[in-house]
Ligand binder design. Structure first.
Ligand SMILES: NC(=O)c1ccc[n+]([C@@H]2O[C@H](COP(=O)([O-])OP(=O)(O)OC[C@H]3O[C@@H](n4cnc5c(N)ncnc54)[C@H](OP(=O)(O)O)[C@@H]3O)[C@@H](O)[C@H]2O)c1
Length: 271
C-alpha cells in the first residue's frame, strides 16, 4: 500500500526499486502492518476536558457512486478494504449500523482480534466493539448470534414508542436497549450523546446509506473514511448517503489517502 497524501518521502521521491507496479503492489507499495494502519486511522486524542464523541463513518463506493452491488457491499470491496474495515472496528468503542444493513448483510458480533488485544486494553476498551443496531421497527431476528452470543452485549438504539413486545424480545435475547428519540425513531444527536453516556466516544458507523444520510443531515458526522473502488456498475444502486438533501452542502477536508491496486482509501474530516 502507498500513502498518496499527505505527501511523504515515499511518494515525493522517485521509486528506487523499479517501475511502479513491478512488485505487484504498486512499486513503492508494501503491505502495511496492522499497527501502521491503526496509527494512520487513530481517533483524535482526548483534550484536557476528557474524551468527547467522535463519529466516523466507513463506507465503500464505486467510481459511479454505487454503495452496493446485488444488495451487498462485498462485490465492490477488496481484501485491503476489509483489512482497513477490521482495523477501524478494532479502534472503535461501538459500531453503529442501520437495521437494514444488519438484515441484508447478515451481521455477526464483532470479533476479538489478538493483534489488537493489547492496544484495546491500554485504551480502556473491551475485547471487541459493541454493535449498536439502529431500528424503529425492531423487526430483527433476535435468535441470531449478534444478539445471543456477542462478546459485549449488542445495543439497540430506538425511539421511546418502540413496540413493547419487540423491546421485550430484544432484552430477552441479551441486547441492551438504548432509547434515543421521543417518537418511533432515533434522533441522531441523541444517539451520539446516549452512546457517549455509556462511555462510548470512539464511534464508528458502517451505514447503511439511509442511516448515514440522517447522520449527515443532523450534522453529527465528524469523519468519513471512504473507499473508492475502481469499478463501474451503472444501475440504480444507492449512494453512500441517502434521504433528503441537506440545505447547504457540508464541506470536508482531505486528511489522508492510501492506495492499493487502484483502490483509494480516503479519510476526510469535517471542515
Ligand atoms: N457501501 C457501503 O459502505 C455500505 C455500507 C453499509 C450498507 N451498505 C448497503 O446498504 C444497503 C442497506 O442500507 P439502507 O440504506 O437500505 O439501510 P440502513 O441505513 O442500513 O438501515 C435502514 C434502517 O435503519 C433503521 N433506521 C434508520 N434510521 C433510523 C432512525 N432515525 N430511527 C430508527 N431507525 C432508523 C430503520 O430500521 P427498521 O426498518 O428496523 O425500523 C431503517 O429501515 C445494503 O444493500 C448494504 O449492502 C453499503
Amino acid at each position: 500500500m502507498r500513502r498518496l497524501f499527505p505527501v511523504t518521502d515515499e511518494t515525493a521521491a522517485p521509486d528506487s526499486g523499479g517501475m511502479p507496479g513491478e512488485d505487484g503492489r504498486g512499486g513503492a507499495g508494501r503491505e502495511w502492518s496492522l499497527a501502521e494502519l491503526a496509527a494512520a486511522y487513530a481517533y483524535p486524542r482526548a483534550g484536557s476536558g476528557g474524551p468527547v464523541p467522535w463519529l466516523r463513518a466507513n463506507m465503500v463506493s464505486t467510481l459511479d457512486g454505487a454503495a452496493q452491488h446485488d444488495g451487498r457491499s462485498q462485490p465492490i470491496s477488496s481484501a485491503t478494504d476489509m483489512r482497513i474495515f477490521g482495523t477501524l472496528r478494532a479502534l472503535a468503542d461501538v459500531v453503529v449500523v442501520g437495521a437494514q444493513t444488519v438484515r441484508q448483510e447478515g451481521y455477526r458480533p464483532a470479533r476479538a482480534r489478538a493483534e489488537f488485544a493489547e492496544t484495546r486494553e491500554a485504551a480502556g476498551q473491551g475485547p471487541a466493539p459493541a454493535i449498536a443496531v439502529v431500528s424503529a421497527s425492531l423487526d430483527l431476528d433476535f435468535s441470531l448470534p449478534l444478539f445471543t452470543s456477542p462478546l459485549v452485549p449488542t445495543l439497540i438504539l430506538t425511539g421511546a414508542s418502540a413496540a413493547p413486545d419487540r423491546l421485550a424480545a430484544a432484552e430477552k435475547a441479551g441486547a441492551r436497549v438504548v432509547t434515543a428519540g421521543d417518537g418511533i425513531g432515533v434522533d441522531p444527536a441523541r444517539a451520539v450523546q446516549a452512546l457517549a453516556g455509556l462511555g462510548h466516544t470512539r464511534l464508528l458507523t458502517e451505514g447503511g446509506p439511509r442511516l448515514l444520510g440522517q447522520l449527515v443531515a443532523a450534522g453529527v458526522l465528524d469523519e468519513l473514511c471512504l473507499t473508492v473502488s475502481p469499478m463501474l456498475t451503472a444501475g440504480d444502486a444507492q449512494r453512500i448517503a441517502g434521504g433528503p438533501a441537506v440545505a447547504v452542502p457540508q464541506s470536508f477536508r482531505l486528511l489522508s489517502v492510501l492506495e492499493e491496486d487502484g483502490f483509494l482509501f480516503t479519510r476526510y474530516g469535517r471542515s
